[in-house]
Design a protein around this ligand. Structure first.
Ligand code: UD1
Ligand code: CA
Length: 471
């Protein structure tokens, strides 16, 4: 990006729309698309191109303001009187020079396009420059009217004649205005139209009539100008954004075996030479290092994963950390605050919650490990359960380095299993185990030689006696 071009630029983001067509209790611009609220895309775009950001919100928009951040100047449009009225509310917060008007519900717009708009505006010395698009179906949009090639005005679909409706060049509702020309023109706009609104588009006609220079820049890819008004359009925009995210990752060296079935949010980063198998979902603030394998069916939410990690099929990871070289799954579950150390192994049907596994430790089959701190090179046998909950409180389990927890052990917390100790299979351990000890907690084995053979013989004889009597 050429920063010098964009110096002294104000971006006004219009976000006071009601978003009725979403049929939602939530403001439209807070609906997420690929991991960010719609307004997040507009703010990112504004920050990328301008050094001053003004956000126009409607009433009860605390949720929207909260996302905006301290660098954004918020203004309220308490009555929704039209796009011209909305921009006018921003006046006290705008700088001199160029003002770019952005919409909060056009998440696919690219910074390069806005840069092209502003650069053209500045190079031509225009009073206003409109971003237009040539579309196959212009229905519903304002049409761009020209005379001798020059833009003269914009006519809204509802006010257009049949001939005007045939015009394929539409107003995207993104503009660059010269502040000194915009404000006097806006002051002249009247709500004399079908909707009784103050149209920003009328400022264009007012300027053109006064002999000012109006320029237009046409987007090369009209999908960039796609607006989100309902949930169908939200899904359509998300589909395009999803492909953009995957393309970005592939250009950065990530192999994605089946882009059609891979859902990765905009907030995710992945290192080079990592391979993503079909039907994977990665969301939130997740990071994945390089040379990892993420097999089919994995769902990764806000989890930090190191390098050379192997996730076998169907791992569910939430708000956790997995360090370099670890191997997980198939079918494992990391609940929040699980921390799997370097080269550790977490196998099938193993669930971790608020549990740290040290370097090289293994829990390969069927275990629940909750509220536990597990050292290095620990072996957690199949079926091990940390009994962390007494019905009222959660208690901690500590398993020190090199301990060997036998199969089907219940560790009743709070408890510490000492370094290098052995827990015999099937033990229910309720007292701390000292380092290097063996603990076996189960009934001694009783062995009766020949008992089964005698028992069978007695029963066979009994049955034979019965059938004789019956006969
Ligand atoms: C507007 C344009 C139209 C263009 C279309 C592109 C006008 C009069 N028309 O029509 O030429 O083709 O966008 O999508 O501008 N807003 C406010 N306050 C208001 C009214 C609107 O903040 O009082 C915001 C909305 O939240 C939205 C944007 O302005 O982000 C556009 O408003 P909308 O009512 O959707 O305009 P359109 O009828 O779509
Ligand atoms: Ca609209």
């Amino acid at each position: 990006m050429n920063d010098a071009t964009m110096k002294g630029l104000t971006a006004v983001i219009l976000a006071a729309g009601e978003g009725k067509r979403m049929r939602s209790r939530q403001p439209k611009v807070l609906h997420p698309m690929c991991g960010r609220p719609l307004i997040g895309y507009a703010l990112r775009l504004g920050r990328a191109v301008a050094d001053r950001l003004v956000l126009v919100v409607g009433k009860n928009a605390d949720g929207v303001r909260a996302i905006a951040g301290a660098d954004v100047r918020g203004v309220e449009q308490s009555e929704r009187l039209g796009t011209g009225h909305a921009v006018l509310q921003a006046k006290p917060e705008c700088g001199d020079g160029a003002i770019v008007v952005l919409a909060a519900d056009m998440p696919l717009l690219q910074a390069e396009t806005i840069e092209r708009l502003v650069t053209h505006h500045r190079e031509t010395g225009a009073a206003a420059t409109i971003l237009t698009a040539v579309v196959a179906d212009p229905k519903g949009y304002g049409r761009v009217l020209r005379q001798g090639g020059r833009v003269t005005r914009i006519v809204e679909d509802r006010d257009a004649t049949d001939d005007q409706k045939k015009i394929a060049e539409i107003n995207t509702s993104i503009y660059c205005f010269e502040a000194s020309r915009l404000w006097p023109a806006l002051a002249q706009v009247k709500p004399d139209n079908d909707q009784g609104e103050y149209y920003l588009t009328d400022a264009i006609a007012i300027l053109a009539r006064a002999g000012a220079r109006i320029e237009a820049v046409t987007v090369s890819d009209p999908t960039e100008a796609m607006g989100v008004n309902d949930r169908k359009q939200l899904a359509a925009a998300a589909l395009i954004q999803r492909r953009r995210i995957l393309d970005r990752l592939m250009f950065a060296g990530v192999t994605i075996l089946d882009p059609d079935t891979t859902y990765i949010e905009d907030t995710v980063s992945i290192g080079a030479d990592t391979v993503i198998y079909p039907q994977v979902l990665i969301e939130g603030a997740s990071t994945i290092g390089s040379e990892c394998i993420v097999a089919s069916g994995c769902q990764i939410s806000s989890t930090a994963i190191g390098d050379r990690v192997r996730l076998k099929p169907y791992c569910v990871l939430t708000e956790s950390v997995v360090e370099d070289g670890a191997m997980l799954g198939p079918f494992c579950h990391l609940r929040p605050k699980a921390h799997v150390g370097p080269d550790a192994h977490i196998g099938n049907f193993v669930e971790l919650k608020k549990t740290t596994m040290g370097r090289g430790s293994k829990a390969n089959h069927l275990a629940y490990l909750g509220d536990a701190t597990i050292g290095e090179d620990v072996n957690v046998g199949a079926g091990t359960i940390t009994c962390n909950y007494d019905g009222f409180d959660k208690h901690e389990t500590t398993i020190e380095d090199g301990a060997f927890v036998g199969t089907n052990s219940s560790l009743v917390a709070p408890i510490t299993i000492g370094a290098g100790s052995y827990i015999g299979a099937g033990s229910t351990v309720t007292k701390d185990v000292p380092p290097d000890a063996l603990v076996v907690e189960r009934s001694p084995q009783v062995t009766k030689e020949g008992w089964a053979a005698r028992w069978r013989a007695a029963n066979v004889a009994k049955k034979a006696g019965k059938t004789k009597k019956e006969a």
